[in-house]
Write a protein that binds this ligand. Structure first.
Ligand code: PXL
Length: 280
């Protein structure tokens, strides 16, 4: 198989295992070429640390894309994660227009919230900005909080909703304009957690559940998204890609829970990489 080339656009949090520091090693382990556009440099992520530095790199985004255009570079996937501003959302829409091909994958993780709350530093209207990016994607993979914020729904809590409610949310997410929506962190019965997807072109649902582990760690959304994007760009079906990404994330959480550090330091996904590679 020809090596697939992915560009991932998100911040680099220098410490804390999220965004580019997990996307790069995971995409590389999946034998995809991982190119980057860093949107900002932070000393740490914003979850559980205070006093972090934040250098905005918005100005660099278009010149990087301009250079690539001149060099006739193409990408098999464009994968966006944490974005810092409405302007960066506009720049992503522009990037998709310039680099979309007939068959490449535009994958948007609207990373901006969890546990019913927006991450530190986002204005309340940021989900409206992110919605515009999601509208242009092939695949989006919000968690329940992000989906509720974009759809103007009350966050129901981590549990306490039905399969029908999730299916309705998935369809409404596709109503934003994307082809496929994936919801992460779905718990329909206490002992299982997983992801469900809806393809609006084929009108089909897929899902995969694994054990619902009692501990949670920062950055697992980014671990999941990177593995899901890698699996899809490698040509896995949605059904199989959900399994790849859920199994990898659950493995990483299980390994981390056995040796728990403060959850703000993220998951030990590195130890789960051999399993991910074996399942390719
Ligand atoms: O994991 C998502 C993420 C990415 N980047 C930054 C963050 C977070 C979540 O808090 O703060 C800077």
């Amino acid at each position: 198989m020809r090596q697939k080339r992915v560009v991932t656009v998100q911040d680099i949090s220098c410490l804390g295992k999220c965004s580019l520091t997990v996307a790069l090693p995971i995409l590389s382990a999946m034998d995809t070429e991982a190119c980057v556009i860093p949107t900002a440099v932070l000393s740490t992520h914003t979850g559980g640390f205070s006093g972090y530095t934040f250098r905005d790199l918005t100005e660099d985004i278009s010149p990087i894309a301009d250079h690539w255009k001149k060099e006739n570079i193409t990408f098999d996937a464009i994968y966006t994660g944490y974005l810092g501003s409405a302007e960066q959302c506009d720049l992503m829409i522009d990037l998709f227009e310039r680099f979309r091909t007939e068959d490449n994958l535009i994958f948007v993780d609207p990373a901006m919230a969890d546990n019913g709350k927006l991450y530190a530093g986002f204005a309340p209207d940021f989900p409206q900005q992110m919605k515009r990016v999601c509208a242009k994607a092939d695949v989006i993979d919000p968690n329940l909080t992000e989906a509720c914020l974009m759809l103007g729904e009350e966050f129901p809590g981590k549990t306490g909703y039905t399969r029908e409610w999730i299916c309705d949310m998935l369809k409404r997410l596709c109503g934003l304009g994307c082809k496929i929506s994936v919801l992460t962190g779905v718990i329909l019965t206490e002992d299982k957690q997983g992801a469900m997807a809806y393809n609006s072109e084929t009108d089909t649902f897929s899902e995969y559940f694994s054990d619902n582990l009692p501990t949670s760690f920062h950055g697992t959304g980014d671990v999941f998204s990177s593995a899901l994007c890698g699996a899809l760009v490698r040509g896995q079906s949605m059904e199989r890609a959900l399994k790849t990404a859920v199994d990898f994330t659950v493995d990483a959480i299980r390994i981390s829970a056995a040796d728990p550090e403060n959850p703000r330091y993220g998951v030990r996904f590195e130890a789960a990489l051999p399993g991910l590679i074996q399942n390719l």
